[in-house]
Every structure is written in C-alpha cells, then in structure tokens.
Design a protein around this ligand. Sequence first.
Ligand code: G3I
Length: 323
Amino acid sequence: KSNTVAKTLGGKLYFGSATDNPELSDATYVAKLGDNTLFGQITPGNSMKWDSTEPSRGVFTFTNGDTVTSLAKKNGQLIRGHTCVWYNQLAGWVTSGNFNASTLTSILQTHCSTLVSHWAGQIYSWDVVNEPFNDDGTVRSFVFSLAGGTVPNLNYITTALVAARAADPKAKLYINDYNIDSAGAKSTAMQNLVKSLKAAGTPIDGIGIQGHLIVGQVPSKAALIANYQAFTALGVEIAITELDIRMTLPETPALRAQQQTDYNTVVSACKAVTGCVGVTIWDYTDKYSWVPGVFSGQGAALPWDNNLVIKPAYDGIIAGFTN
Ligand code: G3I
C-alpha cells in the first residue's frame, strides 16, 4: 500500500492526497481516502484558501476546512495546510479595496495569523505562500506584491511567514510553486528567495514542489534529484505537494505505461533525496481531478481511474518507494 511503502521502504513521512469537500458525500471515495495505509496525509484542495476562509473582511469561516481536518485526524493522517496567501482564489474584497500598503500588511497579518491559529497544533506543514513567481522567475504581480508600489516585490512573504510562525510554532512553513521540478529560472528564483529569507532570519522550513506534470515530459530522475538537492542544500526540507501527470485523452495502454514510468521517476527521485519528506497527489482519482476542467482534452492524470480502480501509475509509485 502506497503510504505503508513510503514510510517503511521509502524512508518518507507520508504518501498523501488532496481532497475537497464536495467529494466527501461519495462514500466509496471517502472509504479509500480514509485508508491510512494508502494515504498518510491529506491536503484540503480548496477549503483553507482565502476566498473560502475570509470571504469578507474579518469574517472567518472554517467549517469546510474543519470537516477535512477532522476526517484526517480521525483516520490518523497528517495534514498539510493550503494556503495563507495566493494570487488566485483571493477574496474579491482584498483586490478591489484600494487599500494602502500598511493596511494590506495588516490585512495579510490578520488573515495568516487567524487561519494558522485556528488549526494550530494540528497541521504538519503549511503552504504559507503559494506560487510567488512567474515562469521566467520574475515576481508575480498581484495586490500583495504590489503593495505601495508599481514594481512587484517579495516583502509580503516575510509578513506571512512571521505571522504563521507566531500562530503555530510547530507547523513547518513552506513556500509552494509549480514548474520548479528541475533547474531553470523559476527554480533559481526560489533558491534565491529562500537564501535571502534565511539570511534575514525569517522563518522558512520547506519548499513545496507542486509537480503538475505531463506524461512523457517529466524531467529525468537525475535532473529532478539535482534540483531537489539544490533546495535541501539551503537547509530546508522539500515535499512533492500536488503531483499529477496528465495526458492528452483518450487514455491508451502506451500512455498508461509511460505514466507509470513518469510517476516512478518522480517518486524515486524523492526517495533518493533525504530531505524530501513526502509525496502528495492532487486528489487520488481521475473522477475528481482539476485537470480536465482547465486543460481541455487532457486528463487521466492520477493513479486511480474514474471508477477508483488503480492504474499502472500506482505500480510506478510503489516501485518508486521500493527500489
Ligand atoms: O466554489 C465555487 C462554486 O460556488 C461554484 O458553483 C462552482 C462552479 O464552477 O465553482 C466553485 O469554485 C471552484 C473551486 O475550485 C471550488 O470547487 C472554481 O470554479 C474552480 O476554478 C476551483 O478550482 C480549483 C483551482 O485550484 C483554482 O485555481 C481546484 O479545485 C483546485 O484543485 C486547484 O488547486 C490548485 C492549487 O490550489 C495550487 N496549485 C495548482 C492547483 C491546480 O490548479
């Protein structure tokens, strides 16, 4: 079973899955999700995001996040919190409010500290900051990176990390992004950010590598390992936080076989790096994957099919933790 193998043979803390509240009415789905020999860790895919938790200023709603958290705790699973600050799924009142820089800082402090305090002591790691960079390594422009100016900067990240550390000193604090799997401008930007945070004494414990990948286009194991090691050399842990490997539909035996190889590559690269603590897939079944809704004509990205039956990708994962 994937989590058992991750822990016993893979030397990892967990193999996990994201989930989302609407799916929790599907009893067959929930039964598998709750099997901690398969999944030792759960990430709520939407219910801890800003638009869900502070839909209007100072009004916090934790109900859906609580539902996922309680379920994971009942099943003996670790929880990754996702996320304090992200340009997307940000409540409309934040972006449309025309707030000045000091008000934005205070809004961010309040949001992160209230969110993280609510689940304090229950979260293994928090994606405090999600997707701070553009693919070319420049700073992503949005309300918090632009606070008080016209040139996007990373100062808001310190505000969020400091607030999160104070709110839950036990949670590992991560910055999470995609397209940082192997060397490149975006990976370099992430390394430079972590170096500067460390130099300034800002709390930072981990880099989350999302891993939204494409069948047949996954970097080599050597390239993944080299990049993962460049991250851990900075004195932080890493995790694969949102793994899925999509294909152009329809699924064929050849594509499934390539996907098995690709899952194996990523999982075995994580296994090979001591500071890589775990792998999370972005939901476990194609039935609830975000991919087809966003990438038209693509999908079948997960190790369980639409009927919750395992695909060859699952064997790739098991072999990745085993060999
Ligand atoms: O909540 C509304 C609901 O009221 C409405 O009826 C429904 C109609 O479409 O939409 C619902 O919102 C959707 C939301 O998920 C909650 O289900 C949005 O349309 C939909 O865009 C949103 O998608 C999420 C996506 O983030 C948004 O960017 C996915 O479920 C979620 O899996 C995905 O996760 C992100 C990670 O957070 C960060 N990394 C990338 C990853 C994949 O995009």
